[in-house]
Design a protein around this ligand. Structure first.
Ligand code: WT7
Length: 639
């Protein structure tokens, strides 16, 4: 079996075989790109995409905004589909959760036809260029079809994670003012039917949504004038839709993510810049060729799903595999079975999933050969050495490189990682900046720190083509979140250090944002959800380390007048489910009499965290109510 890596002076590097098949295998690329990053990206944009019109200016910067390929015109959908027609290739493999249900394969031609048809459905409903279309769908082929259909006509898609609650969906619909919502009856999760339409119906009341198109997953069809059946509408539509010509700098999609303040922000991504970064990062990080089958396990509700489960592989003319269900259903061998049966060559997942499988035990992976695999990837949070090792040995059979990719919803595509043909692949180290991009580590005053010192990770100009182009209709938030602290640098809100070899190690968020099973959650968002309950006076949420999920939220709650009880704890957890979704549910709730606060009224979450992890809390002198600390200590010790 081909070995794609080799060990040299204690580190893993690409083997000769990997070098041979890799798109890039010479580290001179970094220096070349560095000489003139704009020129470098310009060349990549020309080479990687089909344009209707070349740009007038490759990069225009007027901070805090910047634009790529200004004046350029293209259609994203054409780049994903039309140019791969006639090759008779599979674009999508969909694996439904029920084992008995047959996988669905769509060729580029079939997908193209469905996308064209659905684009015509949207047009018939009056959807125009720059209109926002809300998509509340699970991992099914229709999700890809509707998203691509939006890009074909220049509508802006706003995908909302299917596990989010009705309230969360409503807030996102209201922010984008979508007139059309696409959803599904539901989907299968752990053998059960999860109902989506029910939640969607509740969410749209009192919003701008006029039409709801429903995918019939369980066989029941909707009817009427407000609710339309996806399949029925598709059948009536013409099978070709002329692609709209889109400006490179026009918005292609928005995707909401948590920030430090309570409300999620609509991250705005453009068309040409995003497409360029999605194409080249997918190609170089995962060494994608047309015969590759890539499986990125992320849900489309997150940016990873957008860029690497859907768009990256399609832009490259490869095959993407998506799976509807839960990783351990009907048993913890399901994922591995899918890899072997479908000959997946590139597998991309999150450390939290790896840790879960480690816990299930090796017997679930032993049965599988994994002989089709070439490259493994991880994303979402720092990967610890144990998880890296397990992934490397048990899944990669010590033959495949692990590409640990650092990036964010805001960056559109990956930015820091090793390239498979260049290496090295070092556990817990993300790697170098993608060619043509630059990150440095600065102190709190924005001064570059010494090599090897930990500080704030920031991105330097020229900003990568896939970077956000603002927060949807919220200029103030855009500035405050990304440009206030370091002015000329983009603030990632991550900590990191860079070693002498320019290898970057990410140390985690520097703000009040946590990563729960790879999902990004702000403490403020959770506190807002809890405070919505009439019985709550105030609350504080802090993350604590968790063996599998990385971090979990713990809530400290002061009740107005009720006495603490298990029933109330349940009620408040439900409140979080309702406001955000079960992914955000606090793993524990402590009812306390008061929260530790400074004289100016700031809640000291740092002190709560110290108490939870059994450290001696520091800075008690600054508190107005130091007694609260003793009280809370006791409550924690009792529970
Ligand atoms: C945050 C962004 C875009 C990927 C999915 C998450 C953390 C992401 C890594 C990594 C260490 C990582 C950072 C980042 N993160 N990848 N390889 N190593 N940390 O996107 O939900 O917008 O979260 O995830 O803290 O800021 P996201």
């Amino acid at each position: 079996m081909t070995k794609y890596i080799t060990k040299k002076s204690g580190k893993y590097w690409p083997s000769k075989e990997m070098k041979k098949i890799a798109w890039v295998n010479d580290d001179k690329i970094y220096k070349q790109a560095d000489k003139n990053p704009v020129k470098f990206w310009e060349k990549l944009a020309k080479e990687g995409l089909v344009w209707k019109k070349q740009w007038d200016k490759a990069y225009v910067e007027k901070l805090p905004y910047f634009q790529w390929f200004k004046g350029g015109k293209l259609n994203f959908c054409v780049n994903c589909l039309d140019r791969h027609l006639g090759k008779d290739k599979t674009a999508l493999i969909w694996i439904p959760e029920p084992v008995k249900e047959k996988p669905v394969k769509l060729s580029y031609g079939e997908l193209h036809e469905k996308v064209c048809k659905f684009a015509n459905v949207l047009k018939k409903l009056g959807v125009k260029k720059k209109d926002v279309v809300a998509i509340y769908l699970p991992m099914i082929p229709e999700t890809l079809i509707t998203m691509l259909a939006c890009t074909r006509i220049g509508a802006i898609h706003s995908v909302v994670f299917s596990a989010f609650s009705s309230d969360a969906l409503k807030a996102r619909i209201q922010d984008g003012k979508a007139k059309v919502l696409i959803t599904s009856e539901g989907y299968y999760r752990r053998g059960k039917k999860e109902l989506l339409l029910k939640k969607a119906k509740k969410a749209v009341t009192g919003t701008s949504v006029k039409k709801i198109i429903v995918v019939s997953r369980f066989g029941k069809k909707v009817s009427g004038t407000k609710y339309l059946d996806f399949q029925k509408e598709l059948e009536k539509a013409d099978s070709y839709c002329k692609p709209e010509i889109i400006n490179s700098e026009d918005t292609m999609f928005i995707l909401y993510t948590s920030g430090t303040t309570g409300k999620p922000k609509g991250i705005v991504h453009d068309t040409g810049g995003y497409a360029t970064q999605a194409y080249w990062t997918a190609k170089w990080n995962f060494n994608l060729h047309e015969n590759d089958i890539m499986w990125c396990t992320a849900d489309v509700g997150w940016i990873t799903g957008h860029t690497y489960a859907f768009y990256g592989p399609l832009l490259n003319g490869a095959t993407t595999l998506i799976f509807e269900g839960s990783p351990d259903f009907p048993n913890p061998g399901r994922w591995w079975d899918i890899i072997d049966k479908n000959k997946v060559t590139v597998f991309y997942t999150a450390p939290t999933a790896i840790r879960m499988f480690m816990k299930f035990g090796d017997r679930w992976v032993k049965k599988y050969k994994f002989s089709s695999l070439k490259i493994l990837g991880t994303v979402g949070e720092p990967i610890d050495e144990d998880a890296w090792d397990w992934y490397f040995k048990k899944i990669g059979k010590s033959r495949c490189p692990i590409i640990d990719t650092w990036w964010q919803t805001e960056t559109g595509g990956t930015l820091i990682n090793a390239l498979p043909g260049i290496g090295p692949f070092i556990p817990t180290v993300a790697g170098k900046c993608f060619p043509g991009t630059k990150h440095i580590v600065v102190d709190k005053n924005g001064k570059k720190v010494k090599t090897g010192k930990t500080g704030n990770l920031v991105q330097c100009s020229p900003f990568a083509p896939g970077m956000l182009h603002g927060v949807y209709k919220n200029h103030k938030k855009y500035i405050e979140t990304y440009w206030k602290r370091f002015k000329k640098y983009y603030d990632t809100s991550d900590g990191a250090y860079i070693d002498k070899q320019n290898q970057i190690r990410i140390t985690g968020r520097t703000d009040d944002v946590m990563k729960v099973a790879g999902h990004r959650l702000a403490t403020a968002e959770l506190e807002n959800a809890i405070n919505e309950s009439k019985i709550v006076s105030e609350s504080a949420v802090v993350p604590v380390p968790h063996k599998i999920k990385g971090e979990v939220p713990i809530a400290f709650i002061v009740l107005k007048k009720h006495n603490p009880s298990e029933a109330l704890e349940k009620q408040l957890k439900k409140q979080v489910d309702k406001s955000i979704g079960p992914t955000a549910r606090p793993s524990k709730i402590y009812f306390v009499k008061q929260l530790p606060k400074t004289r100016s009224g700031k809640i000291m979450r740092r002190i709560l965290k110290a108490l939870l992890v059994g450290e001696e809390p520091k800075g008690l002198m600054t508190l107005v109510n130091p007694k609260s600390v003793e009280e809370i200590k006791e409550i924690i010790s009792k529970k």
